[in-house]
Design a protein around this ligand. Structure first.
Ligand SMILES: Nc1ncnc2c1ncn2[C@@H]1O[C@H](COP(=O)(O)OP(=O)(O)O)[C@@H](O)[C@H]1O
Ligand SMILES: [Mg+2]
Length: 410
């Protein structure tokens, strides 16, 4: 009997379609897309995929649980049953959980999805499981924020409860900054803001595949500098390193990371976790997502394991299988950020030198567009992905690219 898979593809963007193609390529699967776009639009971007998609189900706003429930019910009527309801975007995880729970579709429930999405609830669950997290409070007013500041001291971090991409994330150094940031984020009883002690540390990630609650594989990266530091510092360019060796501190952290996803309730899937290693060697879990990672970690993991992680993830969540592969390379990503004065990108310098020195290691890239407005994001305005036989080669190449390539505003 075929497995009936519905993938929420809000719009037919390249990244989402990659997942759709991987599902369509599985044996014995019937695929539907739930989308704001229609069949015609799908056929226009990818006629081959369109031929393999059984239904395109309309949805007005896929971030609304009720809309996803309607779309899922329509598919249950059409197919008789829905076996998997999937989506890769962070913002879809809670509405997906709600729709699975409401419609009786197997997979991550609403309660588990909320553990991964609500930053305060996540930390409560992790702390209750005896796992290390920053001291935190869901603050509802300025007075509440002040009392938390008195308790843990400055600096603090304030951020939206359901943030993504470090948007509206602030480091707060003193009382007057606290007043300013609270005025901007406007916490209330209905919409609390996440306050945390500021963890001074190296930031790393941990990705693991779980089958029926058991980890079968993991990998990890190091961010440098931290995303928040990049956003605070106009000249910093962000890098991500995936070392070849399954080395300390990741090997030391792995049992904690696995215990964390288990405590949050992930059964079968891939997690993406951000964690901190303090100078004294202690660990703090930052946040945990139950979805494939962003910041190009998927293609980096593909390169170092000589595999296609998108296909691997799809097999994991559709068929409950994951075949761990050895790590045979190291990989890195560098994100080029527009700098200087002005509101348009006017030039990119250093590319020829970079190409001559490390071009052989580049596996993919996207160069900044002249005339474009800067994104302001830590992922910057262009990027390059690298892979090499040794971690040292990748570290050196990332350093060279960060020093050599400049995106100029004017
Ligand atoms: N308690 C903290 N201490 C230090 N840095 C933090 C803390 N919380 C967040 N950050 C920084 O802010 C970034 C964004 O915060 P995060 O909780 O990951 O939210 P998002 O969902 O927006 O990615 C992190 O990657 C980290 O650099
Ligand atoms: Mg984050």
């Amino acid at each position: 009997m075929p497995i009936h898979v519905a993938l929420v593809a809000p719009v037919f963007l390249a990244n989402t379609l990659r997942y759709a193609r991987a599902i369509a390529a599985l044996d014995d699967v019937r695929l539907a897309l739930i989308s704001t776009q229609d069949r015609e639009a799908l056929t226009a971007v990818d006629p081959e995929l369109s031929a393999r998609v059984d239904a395109v189900v309309p949805v007005r706003d896929p971030t609304q649980a009720a809309h996803l429930v309607d779309a899922t019910r329509a598919l249950q009527t059409h197919w008789g049953r829905v076996d998997r309801l999937l989506g890769v975007l962070e913002q879809l995880q809670v509405p997906l959980g709600a729709a699975r729970t409401a419609c009786g579709v197997p997979g991550m429930s609403l309660d588990v999805a909320r553990n991964f999405r609500d930053k305060s609830r996540m930390k409560d669950v992790l702390r209750a499981a005896g796992l290390p997290v920053a001291r935190h409070r869901a603050v509802t007013s300025l007075a509440d924020a002040r009392s938390f500041a008195e308790q843990v001291g400055y600096p603090l971090v304030l951020k939206p409860m359901e943030g993504v991409g470090a948007k509206a994330t602030w480091r707060v150094n003193d009382d007057s900054e606290l007043e300013r940031v609270v005025a901007a984020l406007r916490p209330s009883v209905l919409h609390p803001v996440q306050a945390e002690e500021f963890v001074v540390a190296t930031e790393r990630t941990f990705e693991a595949a779980l089958v029926d609650g058991q980890a079968t594989w993991w990998s990890g990266t190091r961010y440098h500098p931290t995303p928040l530091r990049v956003l605070e510092t106009p000249w910093e360019q962000y890098t991500v390193l995936l070392p070849r060796e399954a080395d300390s501190p990741w090997t030391d952290f792995a049992p904690i990371g696995i215990a964390a996803v288990q405590a949050l309730g992930l059964q079968t899937g891939l997690c993406h976790m951000e964690w901190f290693e303090r100078a004294d060697g202690s660990f703090v879990i930052g946040e945990v997502g139950a979805r494939p990672p962003g910041v190009h970690i998927m293609p980096m993991m593909s390169a170092v394991h000589d595999t296609d992680m998108v296909a691997d993830w799809v097999r994991l969540v559709v068929q409950g299988r994951f075949d761990p592969k050895p790590r045979v390379k190291a990989a890195g990503a560098v994100f080029f950020r527009a700098q200087g004065r002005g509101d348009r990108i006017v030039a990119v310098s250093g590319l020829d030198e970079a190409q001559a020195k490390v071009g052989a290691l580049v596996i993919d890239r996207s160069l900044p567009e002249i005339g474009a407005r800067p994104t302001g994001h830590y992922e910057g305005d262009g990027w390059a992905l690298l892979a090499a036989d040794t971690t040292v080669e990748v570290v050196q190449a990332l350093g060279l690219l960060v020093r050599t390539v400049r995106v100029h505003l004017g």
